[in-house]
Design a protein around this ligand. Structure first.
Ligand SMILES: CCCCCCC/C=C/C(=O)SCCNC(=O)CCNC(=O)[C@H](O)C(C)(C)COP(=O)(O)OP(=O)(O)OC[C@H]1O[C@@H](n2cnc3c(N)ncnc32)[C@H](O)[C@@H]1OP(=O)(O)O
Ligand SMILES: Cc1cc2nc3c(=O)[nH]c(=O)nc-3n(C[C@H](O)[C@H](O)[C@H](O)COP(=O)(O)OP(=O)(O)OC[C@H]3O[C@@H](n4cnc5c(N)ncnc54)[C@H](O)[C@@H]3O)c2cc1C
Length: 585
């Protein structure tokens, strides 16, 4: 029954996110709750999860400090085991150790999962999660030894109270360290089960969830707004003497928006793939099998980086495609942009995560080259590379095997190239870390290429497996083709390298890409409406279903507070100036 309730709760939270456009507060309270579910013992889950689920307590995930967000081994908050009292002392030793950024911390949270370096008898055992009450449940005041507040204005996320937390030797019971995989025994012995990095595990679920619940939905809404607006907005003479054209009839507008629409579908299909794999590995880990954890980390780290980066760029393309009205807050697009932009930084800064994936790819390549079998998502690393793209005619680029081979070849080439450069630099006398840093730009590009190959492959596989209506199927295939060919065109240099794709073949790609734009132009509105966000969820004067853009812009503008306030600047400064001109006019 518990599994069913959990599933129902997840579905309810998912639809709350969807209905409230993801702008609900307490996102990090969910992170707090999930972390207890993943790293807590059954007893800790039984005690804390119902309280959190019923909002009898509000939690935050307090990991980042003023001085460290990325480098977790550098976190300075300490948790020192006091065997005489069977407690941990949680302490902020210096200002750079102050927790800074945790969401829901500034004004809401009563409890925090504080990620701190565990010390037992002077030895550091690394970062562990400690459950610390920070505010009174009676009057919400900070508890003794706690200094907590809001970090102030940010570029977006105004609806989240990101906060700071200073802890002065706060005592918590031994039972408050989440101990499913690592435990401190009353006599001070430390017991670890599974991976060294298991306490990093909860970040994986956040990365998977944020892609599905925050990032893809944001790009979807931006596409819906911009495409609906582009069939309402008429501008300029298309045919001399005829009526002004709908801006979506311009090939350039199609070239801006339809690849974003295809990207929405690609990322939409990626989400279940990632969640299914996460659930599979999480199930294995709970039974003590940690073998797939590195692959899961590498996959989700790279995907979080790539999906947030392309979604952020895509929302901005949609915003700019709406001209001046895209700059109005009433369009809803600037808010979508500042909302999704943060996702490139939180839950792992993108560059750092791409390099985590690169680290795994280089390791797997070495394993493959030494004859070891490779995990499924990287098995292609040891495949024989075809020398040339086999396309003979533009229609060949509508064959998924043709462009999949291009993505596989490119990823392989870039990973092998970066790995051998690191090796060569080491052989030339550089230390491993120097060689790695001197290759990290290429390693990042290799990591991106790997992620792009996986995403295109998941899109192709998903469409092939879908037994949908033939009309829907052809539309999804066209979107898949457009998505892949858009990425080939916008990354052309790395496909043209060593003549894998010739210049002539690239021209074929462009030709078939433009054909697809024309075909998908006819279906664009239906394809974007399919995501079925209501006007309330879109919250956009440009994207409402009835297309009454100008009426809505004017109506909403009239409601702006600026139009209902006394114009103090006039009374104080402008009026005397204007009146002095009266006698002269
Ligand atoms: C639903 C949406 C809600 C959204 C709300 C979210 C609000 C935001 C919350 C936050 O931002 S919480 C804070 C997030 N912070 C981070 O993500 C920190 C990112 N930094 C790191 O993960 C690590 O510091 C690092 C980048 C991995 C570097 O750490 P370290 O120096 O220790 O690593 P390496 O020496 O490179 O060794 C890596 C080693 O560890 C394995 N590993 C790394 N991360 C994980 C992980 N998450 N899970 C499992 N394993 C991990 C990695 O595979 C390497 O293993 P080996 O190669 O050594 O075998
Ligand atoms: C809106 C928002 C919400 C957040 N919510 C939370 C939360 O709830 N809980 C929480 O704990 N944290 C939260 N954070 C903090 C967030 O997790 C960190 O900001 C993030 O992990 C990046 O770390 P940093 O700020 O130290 O950046 P840095 O790592 O200092 O990044 C600065 C630059 O250094 C580069 N860099 C750093 N390390 C390396 C490396 N090894 N190799 C190459 N380049 C490197 C980065 O690529 C980047 O260009 C939030 C942040 C934001 C913006």
């Amino acid at each position: 029954m518990n599994a069913v309730l959990k599933l129902l709760h997840h579905i309810q939270v998912h639809f709350n996110f969807r209905v409230l456009a993801g702008d609900i507060g307490f996102n990090v309270h969910t992170v707090f709750l999930n972390c207890i579910n993943e790293l807590g013992t059954d007893e800790q889950i039984a005690k804390w999860v119902p309280l959190a689920q019923n909002y009898n307590i509000i939690g935050t995930y307090a990991q980042t400090e003023l001085g460290h967000g990325t480098y977790l081994r550098g976190l300075e908050t300490t948790a020192t085991f006091d065997m005489s009292t069977q407690e941990f002392l949680i302490n902020t030793p210096k200002i750079s150790a102050m927790k800074w950024w945790p969401g829901d911390l500034g004004r809401s949270a009563t409890h925090a999962l504080v990620l701190a370096q565990l010390y037992i008898k002077g030895k550091n055992y690394g970062m562990h999660p400690f459950l610390v009450q920070i505010r009174s449940l009676h009057d919400h005041s900070p508890l003794p030894g706690i200094t907590v507040g809001d970090i102030g204005p940010k570029m977006g996320f105004a609806h989240v109270d990101n906060g700071y937390l200073f802890l002065r030797n706060i005592r918590i019971p031994l039972q408050n360290m989440l101990s499913r995989y690592s435990q401190v025994l009353p006599d001070g012995r430390y017991v670890k089960r599974g991976s060294e990095k298991i306490n990093y595990f909860s970040m994986i679920l956040v990365r998977v969830n944020m892609i599905g619940e925050v990032v893809v939905g944001t790009l979807t809404k931006a596409c819906m707004i911009a495409i609906r607006y582009s069939v309402v907005r008429r501008q300029s003479e298309f045919k001399p003497g005829a009526a002004e054209a709908k801006i979506l009839d311009y090939q350039t507008q199609q070239g801006k928006l339809l690849p974003q629409l295809a990207t929405v579908y690609a990322f939409h299909f990626l989400c279940p793939y990632l969640l299914d794999y996460y659930n599979l590995v999480h199930h294995e880990i709970k039974s003590g099998n940690f073998k797939s954890l590195p692959e899961l980390h590498a996959l989700t780290a790279g995907m979080k980086a790539l999906v947030t980066e392309y979604s952020t760029a895509g929302v901005e393309v949609c915003r700019r495609a709406c001209g001046g009205h895209g700059y109005s807050m009433l369009s809803g697009l600037p808010s979508l942009y500042s909302y999704v932009l943060a996702a490139c930084t939180y839950e792992g800064e993108n560059t750092v995560l791409y390099l985590q994936t690169a680290r795994y790819l280089v390791k797997c390549l070495a394993m493959g080259q030494s004859g070891q079998s490779l995990p499924q998502s990287v098995a292609y690393l040891t495949s024989a590379l075809s020398r040339r793209c086999q396309a003979r005619d533009k229609s060949d680029f509508l064959k998924t095997e043709i462009y999949l081979d291009a993505f596989e070849h490119r990823a392989c080439r870039l990973i092998r190239g970066a790995a051998s450069k690191v090796q060569a630099l080491v052989h030339s006398g550089l230390e491993q870390y120097e060689a790695w840093n001197s290759t990290s730009v290429e390693l990042l590009e290799a990591s991106m290429a790997h992620c792009q190959y996986i995403i295109v492959k998941v899109f192709v596989d998903t469409v092939e497996k879908l037994n949908s209506d033939p009309g829907i199927h052809i539309s999804l295939k066209r979107l898949c083709h457009l998505f892949a060919l858009h990425w080939i065109r916008t990354n052309a240099g790395s496909f043209l390298h060593n003549e894998y794709i010739s210049g002539n073949q690239l021209d074929m790609v462009t030709e078939i890409y433009l054909d697809l734009l024309l075909l998908l132009r006819k279906e664009a509105v239906v394809l974007v409406d399919a995501f079925d966000y209501t006007d309330e969820q879109l919250n956009s004067a440009l994207g409402s279903y009835d297309g009454q853009v100008y009426q809505r812009l004017f109506e909403w503008a009239q409601k702006a507070p600026e139009n209902h306030q006394v114009n103090s600047a006039y009374e104080k400064h402008m009026k005397p100036l204007f009146h002095s001109a009266l006698s002269k006019l």
